[in-house]
Design a protein around this ligand. Structure first.
Ligand SMILES: Nc1ncnc2c1ncn2[C@@H]1O[C@H](COP(=O)(O)OP(=O)(O)OP(=O)(O)O)[C@@H](O)[C@H]1O
Ligand SMILES: [Mg+2]
Length: 236
């Protein structure tokens, strides 16, 4: 049985670890990070592209990135994660996403936010919580901790969740499925429920959109919310 000194040392190490991680988040963001989330096929890329075009039309210089990817190493990691020939353990899969996220955050997102840009990210931290956590069973607390570590504590100003039933998402598929898309329907049901659970814990960050609406109607909702945000942030 360890003595009291052991627990004191353990607490000191835990505090030191916490302070190290917390200090990584120190940078001044003048921009906005908007993330697009939801299960495969819900319309994230379609809407990210439309929002990007709209922002360019309005005279802004937005940056659009996707996860995993957006850097040279991140795109290579993407090939590994999505490769149908691999069968990755849940831990390896989670950490590969985190490695790609760390590269993207450090090299692309943080500098863009410091420069005052609007950054659109097609999937981000919530996808790991929903897929590897709620879908795959990985510990949510550990994922949150790793998300913080990988992103230097970046939190999106807005996360748009395109909510769609698993069956409807599968029905929209037109191309050959990759490793992540080859999971069964129950997996996607858990992921969808996971996303909705995340909304419940952080309502103010999320905009939930029914993804069965028309592409144009959804783009209208996305733009209205984005316009409010960029006006409030004085980015216009
Ligand atoms: N609102 C919509 N109604 C009907 N079909 C849509 C809608 N939005 C997108 N689609 C279509 O659904 C398919 C998937 O869309 P998209 O690629 O944008 O989804 P995604 O969320 O980015 O998927 P993934 O996670 O696999 O990258 C595409 O064929 C797209 O044209
Ligand atoms: Mg996409």
């Amino acid at each position: 049985m360890p003595g009291p000194a052991f627990f004191v040392v353990q607490r000191v190490f835990a505090l030191r670890e916490f302070l190290t991680i917390a200090s990584q988040g120190v940078f001044e963001s003048r921009g906005l990070l908007i993330t697009m989330e939801g299960i495969d096929g819900c319309g994230k890329t379609t809407q990210a592209n439309l929002l990007h075009q709209r922002l360019v039309h309005e005279g802004l210089s937005p940056l659009m990135v996707r996860e995993p990817g957006g850097t040279a190493v991140g795109e290579d990691i993407r090939q590994v994660i999505l490769n149908n020939h691999y069968s990755l353990s849940l831990g390896a899969e989670t950490l590969l996403y985190m490695a790609a996220r760390s590269e993207l955050s450090e090299q692309v997102i943080v500098p863009a936010l410091v420069a005052g840009k609007v950054v659109l990210c097609d999937r981000f931290t919530d996808s790991t919580l929903a897929y590897q956590g709620y879908g795959g069973g990985a510990d949510l607390k550990t994922i949150r901790y790793l998300n913080h570590f990988a992103t230097r504590g970046i939190n999106p100003s807005l996360t748009i969740l395109f909510d769609l039933k698993a069956e409807e998402a599968v029905a929209r598929r037109t191309k050959q499925v990759d490793r992540m898309e080859s999971k069964d329907l129950n997996f996607y049901r858990r992921v969808r429920a996971g996303f909705l659970e995340l909304v419940n814990t952080e309502k103010q960050r999320f905009l939930v959109i029914d993804a069965t609406g028309s592409i144009d109607d959804i783009a209208g909702l996305v733009w209205s919310k984005t316009l409010l945000l960029i006006e409030k942030a004085g980015i216009c």
